[in-house]
Ligand binder design. Structure first.
Ligand code: AMP
Length: 289
């Protein structure tokens, strides 16, 4: 527990501070967030705490990863509360830059990860991962961490960031924390507050349907389309939501499986809309041999 959290908003100050910590041989861990911190974020901060001397939690609602008509303007923001929660979970520094500080007038550079950023979330949200990769690259350069902690909840984001780090030689270890769920299985998300009471009651169907699909894989199903179909049907019959995709893909390449090969690690992932609110969830399974 750290009650004396420091808040840094200036990018140059953040980078100077990170250089100083590194020079004094302290190990830095970064937890990038968009704020509205919940237990999922806090679990990542605790992982970062265990692995480093200095934990930096960034709070930045990144405009470039939101598409036209998405929820950028109404995304929940409460820095004071985020600083308190981040501190309780073990953060030393909250880095909360302004949009102008991150994207000053004349800003024109972006990081584009190809292929794996263009399917699934990338197909439904064009430009999303370009925004994500760019802001994460900037955050890594500003905070100079030894490791950066991300949530399994956003599995494709992890795949995209891992690829960027490898391709662009960022000397940082990417650490992934498990998805934290509500008691009824719904994956925690800052967007869950948008759900109406009725939608909130229905939303755990996403996790239940994933579990149904995962059970099929564990039981030896080799036809990925059967798994996808079961998951889609489970969601349709258990809620009024609109399924955007159900994917069963190779975990590393995100290529859709044509057959489930023994020993392969696969990602079963989905996105569904409850009214205006988009929810995503996923699980990883090893195809039995
Ligand atoms: P966000 O603030 O939604 O951009 O998320 C910041 C980080 O927290 C990302 O690495 C997310 O994957 C992670 N995260 C969000 N929700 C959860 C969750 N329920 N469990 C674990 N990590 C999460």
């Amino acid at each position: 527990v750290n009650s004396a959290v420091e808040v840094i908003t200036d990018t140059a100050q953040m980078q100077r501070r990170a250089v100083k910590e590194r020079r004094e041989a302290r190990c830095i861990a970064l937890v990038p967030t968009m704020g509205a911190l919940h237990e999922g974020h806090c679990s990542l901060i605790r992982i970062a705490r265990e692995r480093s001397d200095v934990v930096i939690t960034s709070v930045f609602v990144n405009p470039t990863q939101f598409g036209e008509g998405e929820d950028f303007a109404r995304y929940p923001r409460d820095l004071e509360r985020d600083v308190a929660r981040a501190g309780e979970a073990g953060t030393d520094i909250v880095f909360a830059p302004s949009h102008e500080a991150m994207y000053p007038r004349g800003y024109v550079t972006a990081v584009a990860v190809e292929n794996i950023a263009e399917v699934l979330e990338g197909a439904v949200r064009p430009g999303h991962f370009r925004g994500v990769a760019t802001v994460v690259a900037k955050l890594l350069n500003l905070t100079l961490p030894e490791c950066a902690v991300f949530g399994q909840k956003d599995a494709q984001q992890v795949a995209v960031i891992r690829r960027m780090v490898r391709d662009l030689n960022f000397g940082v270890e990417i650490v992934v924390g498990p998805t934290v769920r509500e008691a009824d299985g719904l994956a925690m998300s800052s967007r869950n507050v948008y759900l109406t009471p009725q939608q909130r009651r229905e939303a755990p169907v996403l996790y239940r349907s994933l579990q149904e699909g995962a059970a099929m894989i564990r039981a030896g199903e080799r036809d990925p389309e059967k798994v996808r179909r079961t998951v889609r049907q489970a969601i349709a019959s258990g809620s009024s939501s609109l399924v955007q995709y159900v994917s069963l893909a190779d975990e590393g390449s995100l290529e859709e499986c044509r057959v489930l090969s023994p020993g392969e690690r696969v990602l079963l992932s989905l996105a569904a809309r409850f009214g205006e609110t988009r929810l995503i969830d996923n699980c990883v399974e090893d195809v039995p041999t």
